[in-house]
Design a protein around this ligand. Sequence first.
Ligand SMILES: Nc1nc2c(c(=O)[nH]1)N[C@H]1C(S)=C(S)[C@@H](COP(=O)(O)O)O[C@H]1N2
Ligand SMILES: [Mo]
Length: 396
Amino acid sequence: MPEIIKVHRRTFLASSAGALAAASFGGAGSSRAQEAQPLPDYANWKNQDALIVHSGNTMETKRGYIGTSGITATDELYIRNNLTPPSEEIVADPDAWEVSFEGVADPRTMTVGELKTLGIETVAMVLQCSGNGRGLFDHEASGSPWVTGAAGNVIWSGVPVRAVVEALGGANEGMKFVTSTGGETIPEGIDPKSVIVERSIPLEAAMENAILAWEMNGQPVPLAHGGPLRLIIPGYYGVNHIKYVKTVALTEAETDANIQASGYRVRPVGVDGAPDQPSMWEMKVKSWVTNPLTDVASGKVQIHGVAFGGINALESVEVSTDGGETWEAAELIGPDLGRYAWRPFVLAAELQPGTYSITSRATDAEGNVQEEVTEPNHRGYDYSGWRRLAVEVTVT
Ligand SMILES: Nc1nc2c(c(=O)[nH]1)N[C@H]1C(S)=C(S)[C@@H](COP(=O)(O)O)O[C@H]1N2
Ligand SMILES: [Mo]
């Protein structure tokens, strides 16, 4: 049984919402995790030990596998697909992949090979699913009950969207969004708008920061993570980073595809999604402990985890061993990989035998402090509350 499930159940048992939530999670969550489903073919190169396979299209990194060296290994990074991915054939000759650009003075199709001549930028960035932490809410929001593992820190390399727009004569007048479409085949007999992976992000943010990436963590982007080419928009939630991108359009309005218009919208439990609700764009400040997760021997314990600012840079992180009664500043470990990356942190604590509730709380450069509790929302998005990210550890 993966340690995160154990920790999670204990956290719930200790909470006032208690037994009911724990029982329902234990029912669905642990049996799903215990089955140790095999990896799907397109991801058979992944490290199975490091992953909890929720389904063939959703797998998360076990909490204890997020190390202290800053970057998430590609074979341990989570995967989340809304549709069956395209055939492996599309990454056989990545430079031949074609992308069409619209909403610019000179709209046309370009190959990845051509894009590689236009410019290059590299960014380290937290890739996190909007639903990361959904499993910590009490209400049974539909979707994978991710806990901490639908997130990783990845280095991406590619051409800035800005450079491509310039090469194509600039943006047409009145364009406000960049709308990108994934290269999946849409199943027949379904309204394409209901399933197509097509997301809009503000043009301004895209012109500042977005890249079209062909490389991640030093290798060509594998199919599972969006190769041959993926849109990357640092500081934004995972859904906006369109994999196997085949169309990049500058548009006046957001797409009316369900995934944008009604999906990935934060609203109260029981309310339908609608375009006037906040979209899952910018991420917020968050952190969690990754060690210890199980019982440890008394004495010196290295409490570590990861922290990031989301859309803002990270400023600092504190650790509590008494469920948030008192806090101590943690030390950030290793190189600062920039505003959009996460930093591992450590606090060396001297722990006597007993029970501890260990958690962390990050602050971003704008002074925003990680929240204690994330209010429930219909689809279980945007979770960051430190109270339920706590781990209960017995020191012997
Ligand atoms: N084309 C395409 N892009 C996509 C998706 C998808 O299903 N198809 N899923 C999105 C979601 S919801 C997330 S969280 C991330 C997951 O990225 P990963 O699978 O590389 O971890 O990709 C996003 N981009
Ligand atoms: Mo996601």
